[in-house]
Design a protein around this ligand. Structure first.
Ligand code: RIB
Ligand code: CA
Length: 312
């Protein structure tokens, strides 16, 4: 079975880090490259954090590129209040030794999509969509060559987490998200509606620690840190592990349930900027453009995560 080719676009972030480890621990996937984008923390940190995660996985062969340092047309909004000032607060972090690739992440996305056979590369955005939208705008010919986009972002029934109406990844760069959702590419969306059901309960975190490996220890310490904010905010028994849902879908789509709906992004109203307006009850004639997930088998999700991280 040939491995599925993916590019992970990411703003690590503890949950991004777990998603990258899941991908690198899964032989079903071939990570062609990791492209860092500004989001949870500024670009120099998301780039450094992507290198740290690859080294933690023992995968210094993975190509990591720095991408866009700010949204298409807005000031960057970051989330240190959730992820800490490094973006990977929790455990002591090593200084990465592996080299960053020369060249810009957007050029890597364009060149890779042109070089690989059409329809064989899946894009996995885990942060603001600035890199992806910039690549599409700069090289429209690559749009039809993308196999699928599986992204973490948006919310509908779970409303917003950075404003009352918007989820962080979409809110940071709504214009970029608008370009992606209007691209015509097959999109699978992991919104807060589903990620809020993937909670890091104590037994699940202890299962990571019980792996007895450095990746297992780091993941447990990242989730210990990461969950403090969400448990306080939501009063929940753990934090939503957002980004690994993207990779888990590629590995076991049967863990998830959703609905094909039309999704549009608010880019004008200050009140609802970045809202993903999902036509859940099909009250418009707007054609469905996304598989919008609403449910996950959480036990199956964490079992997959623990198994794969245990292989690193
Ligand atoms: O709203 C959750 C998303 O924002 C996740 O991708 C998290 O890493 C942050 O980027
Ligand atoms: Ca992220």
């Amino acid at each position: 079975m040939t491995a599925r080719k993916i590019i992970i676009d990411t703003d690590p972030g503890q949950d991004d880090a777990v998603a990258v480890l899941l991908a690198l621990g899964s032989p079903e996937l071939e990570v062609l490259g990791i492209t860092a984008v500004a989001g949870n923390v500024p670009l120099p940190l998301t780039t450094k954090n992507a290198l740290i995660v690859c080294e933690l996985a023992g995968r210094t062969d993975v190509k990591v590129f720095a991408g866009c340092e700010a949204p298409l047309s807005r000031k960057l909004v970051t989330a240190e209040h959730v992820h800490g000032k490094t973006g990977l607060d929790g455990p002591q972090l090593p200084t990465p030794k592996m080299a960053l690739q020369d060249g810009h992440a957007v050029d890597f996305i364009i060149e890779t999509l042109r070089a690989e056979p059409a329809g064989t590369v899946t894009l996995c955005p885990l942060g603001p969509l600035t890199n992806i939208a910039t690549a599409f705008s700069r090289a429209p010919d690559i749009i039809s060559r993308v196999q699928e986009i599986v992204l973490m972002g948006g919310a509908y029934f779970q409303v917003g987490n950075i404003t009352p109406a918007a989820e962080f990844n979409i809110y940071v760069d709504p214009e970029a998200a608008d370009i992606v959702f209007k691209s015509g590419i097959r999109i699978v969306v992991m919104p807060l509606d589903v990620t809020h059901k993937a909670l890091t309960t104590r037994p699940r975190v202890e299962a990571f620690r019980a792996l007895g490996t450095e990746p297992g220890r780091m993941v447990a310490e990242w989730t210990d840190f990461f969950e403090r904010f969400d448990k306080e905010k939501y009063g929940s028994e753990g934090a939503p592990l957002h980004d690994p849902c993207v990779i888990a879908y590629l590995l076991k789509p049967e863990l998830f349930e959703g609905r094909e709906v039309n999704v549009m992004v608010e880019t004008n109203s200050e009140l609802t900027l970045g809202m993903t307006v999902a036509d859940w009850w099909r009250v418009t004639d707007r054609a469905p453009n996304a598989l919008f997930m609403g449910d996950v088998n959480a036990d199956g999700f964490f079992a997959l995560l623990t198994d794969r991280i245990g292989r690193l």
